[in-house]
Ligand binder design. Structure first.
Ligand code: ADP
Ligand code: MG
Length: 263
């Protein structure tokens, strides 16, 4: 689903060059839930930006769903992001003048999707905000705002979701529930998730941990598939339907009417 090969990112600062990422390589299979951990300043946000096509590496390759991001123009990358990528940020980044419902619905409408309102309601219900849909962000707690952001991030049925310290502004309890929710949606939808956190307890919920230190991968615990090598594992195959070719179906268990697929 996502392949990073020897990613290096350098910044020129005055006369000297700062190497923020050095030869970072790993692959994220479709449907995996991977945590990237490391101390502040280790390059986590920079790496996420490269993987999501928001920024370009100094050297190395990112292949997102079979597409080499280095071969695309900035406009083409933006289009690919709109089609395949979801984001969740530490600071929620909701639009303050829109209600919870509108924050989820408006991006769908801008994409020209029919049934945006119905889908937004379904998603907000799924994240437990059925009774809060008409509230503005300022009327919601931090955890509730992040739930709106999660609903919005899943609204385009992304193939892959990037989350940069999504619990950083939340207390431990609320943060734990947010990661649980992301994990549930990962399982139900087959969306791959790359979660950045410096909280090892939260990272432990992921199937796999990639640890960065000073821009280098110093640990990588595995493939990221909870049922690695066994598509028939109990408790997994029942939750993610698969195409005949064995790949997880991205929208199979997503509890939202899917007009494209019903049609
Ligand atoms: P993390 O998310 O792990 O805290 P970052 O990826 O934000 O780390 O930053 C890693 C390092 O790269 C830091 O030393 C930071 O100062 C530096 N850095 C990030 N962006 C830039 C930039 N645009 N110009 C110069 N240095 C940068
Ligand atoms: Mg960061």
């Amino acid at each position: 689903m996502l392949v990073a090969r020897e990613l290096t990112k350098e910044f020129q600062s005055g006369t000297h060059q700062l190497t923020v990422l050095r030869d970072v390589s790993f692959a994220v299979p479709q449907g995996a839930f991977v945590a990237i951990v490391g101390p502040s300043g280790s390059g986590k946000t920079t790496l996420l930006g490269l993987l999501a096509g928001l920024d370009t590496p100094s050297r190395g390759t990112v292949i997102l769903d079979g597409v080499d991001l280095g071969s695309l123009t900035e406009d083409q990358r933006a289009k690919l992001r709109g089609e395949k990528v979801g984001f969740i940020f530490q600071s929620f980044q909701l639009i303050p003048t829109l209600t919870a419902l509108e924050n989820v619905q408006v991006p769908l409408e801008l994409r020209g999707e029919s049934g945006a309102s119905g889908r937004a309601v379904e998603l907000l219900t799924r994240v437990g905000l059925r009774d809060r849909m008409d509230h503005f962000p300022s009327q919601l707690s931090g955890g509730e705002q992040q739930r709106v952001a999660i609903a919005r991030a899943f609204s385009n049925r992304p193939r892959i979701l990037f989350a940069d310290e999504p619990t950083g502004n939340l207390d431990a309890n609320t943060g734990g529930r947010i990661v649980e929710l992301i994990e549930e949606l990962n399982r139900e939808s087959g969306t791959s998730v790359v979660l950045v956190t410096h909280d090892l307890a939260l990272a432990g919920r992921a199937g796999r941990m990639v640890r960065l230190a000073d821009g280098v991968v110093v640990e990588d615990t595995g493939s990221g598939m909870r049922d690695a090598g066994s598509g028939d594992a109990p408790g997994r195959s029942s939750r993610v339907e698969r195409h005949p070719d064995g790949s997880p179906h991205p929208a199979s268990r997503f509890p939202v009417p899917d007009n494209e697929e019903v049609a």
